[in-house]
Design a protein around this ligand. Structure first.
Ligand code: F3S
Length: 389
């Protein structure tokens, strides 16, 4: 066996609960596959697989069984559920779905996970510092943690992130190691990229590159744009880290001479947008993939006050953000918008409400068609308000 365990780690296998033993076996097996030398401590875990729409009956049964003997040892946050826990009835969720979803909530509650149900842990308080080791599932969150914060995580699956939360450990390989965090290609963006185009650019780069670590030049966005860029990129590839010159904390040391160069101009962005379109019109606009930050809620409120949307507007965010952004939430609701908590456009059965959806997110443009057979019209917020059915 290549993975060396400490005595305490070994004890989790010999004397731990059934869940601890299973969690350790999974982490050691992963470590063996990826040739990790040891398991290292983490400061937090972020788990995916909380929506009944996604995990189904098998996932529900696994979580109920596992939660009998599982308790988290480190801070553990969980991805969005399949419904708004407060307003699911008004939002058209069937009783049967809701009762199964509640059993998943109970299982995570028993394990001691934080009940924030969000894919943006980094914007609601679970924000690791530079160099901190974490084990995060949810591709958009893992890529953000590595790229924007300089924290260290591989792209975990739901089970391995949960195992990490239970043991406080993760195998030491991949992006936990300094030498694997350098750029593998240089990307020159020769066009001004704005708003939702960050997500389109991310998706385009992911599709072209597939893997590796791009060092991107020519962007000047802020945190929410980096978030959109990463979410788009992780949707179309295995990329779990990128650097942006002048913006992300490890960019300066990520460069190396002789990197291959890829140029992105207006034509590429235009073609990438066209490639993501799967509907001409739509019955509902859904903002929030990833879930919206406080600043993004303000922007939607501004739009609603200056435009007259043709179709209903739903805004997906976390209960923590809603709490902090009461003013923006009030403005959105006064203008007729619906603020949805605890869930997201893809993992809730939105297809019961709208056949086709308008969205500014490349990830939604990929997942709504594949998960629910919905079409997506992809555009910026203002255009989405002006069109519709
Ligand atoms: Fe988040 Fe759901 Fe999109 S989990 S990144 S809003 S698919």
């Amino acid at each position: 066996m290549r993975v060396r365990l400490t005595d305490n780690q070994r004890k989790l296998i010999t004397d731990g609960t059934e869940a601890e033993r299973k969690a350790m076996e999974l982490l050691v097996a992963l470590g063996e596959i990826y040739e990790a030398d040891r398991l290292i401590p983490i400061s937090s875990a972020h788990v995916s697989g909380a929506s009944y729409k996604i995990v189904g009956e098998a996932g529900l049964e696994f979580l109920e069984e596992f939660s009998r003997t599982a308790r988290v040892r480190v801070r553990t946050t969980v991805n969005p559920l399949g419904m708004d826990l407060r307003a699911w009835r008004q939002l058209g969720i069937p009783e049967d779905f809701a009762s199964r979803q509640m059993r998943i909530v109970e299982a995570y509650r028993r394990m001691g996970a934080e009940e924030t149900w969000s894919c943006i842990p980094y914007q609601i308080g679970n924000r690791p510092s530079f160099g901190e080791h974490v084990a995060w599932a949810e591709s958009s969150a893992a890529i953000f943690a590595n790229s924007a914060l300089g924290a260290r995580t591989n792209r975990e699956g739901g089970p391995s992130a949960l195992a990490a939360g239970i043991t406080g450990l993760t195998p030491n390989y991949g992006l936990h190691l300094e030498e694997n965090r350098v750029a593998t290609i240089r990307v020159k963006v020769a066009v001004s990229v704005d708003g939702y185009e960050y997500s389109v650019l991310g998706h385009h780069l992911g599709r072209l590159l597939g893997m590796g670590i791009p060092l991107i030049q020519g962007l000047d966005g802020e945190e929410d744009e980096i978030k959109a860029l990463g979410a788009g990129m992780a949707t179309s590839s295995d990329i779990t880290m990128f650097h942006v010159e002048g913006l992300t904390p490890e960019a300066e040391h990520a460069d190396s001479p002789g990197l291959e160069v890829l140029e992105v101009g207006e034509r590429e962005i235009h073609e990438a947008k066209a490639q993501l379109l799967s509907a001409e019109d739509y019955e509902l606009v859904a903002f929030g993939c990833p879930q919206l930050s406080e600043r993004e809620l303000e922007e939607v409120a501004d739009l609603l006050e200056t435009e007259e949307p043709k179709v209903p507007v739903w805004v997906f965010t976390s209960r923590v953000v809603e709490e902090r952004a009461r003013k923006a939430v009030g403005r959105i609701m006064r203008m007729g918008g619906t603020v949805v908590l605890d869930t997201c456009p893809e993992v809730t059965p939105l297809n019961l409400v709208a056949k086709d959806v308008g969205s500014p997110a490349a990830k939604a443009a990929v997942y709504l068609p594949s998960l629910s057979g919905q079409g997506v019209f992809l555009a910026g917020g203002r255009e989405l308000m002006r069109r519709g059915k």
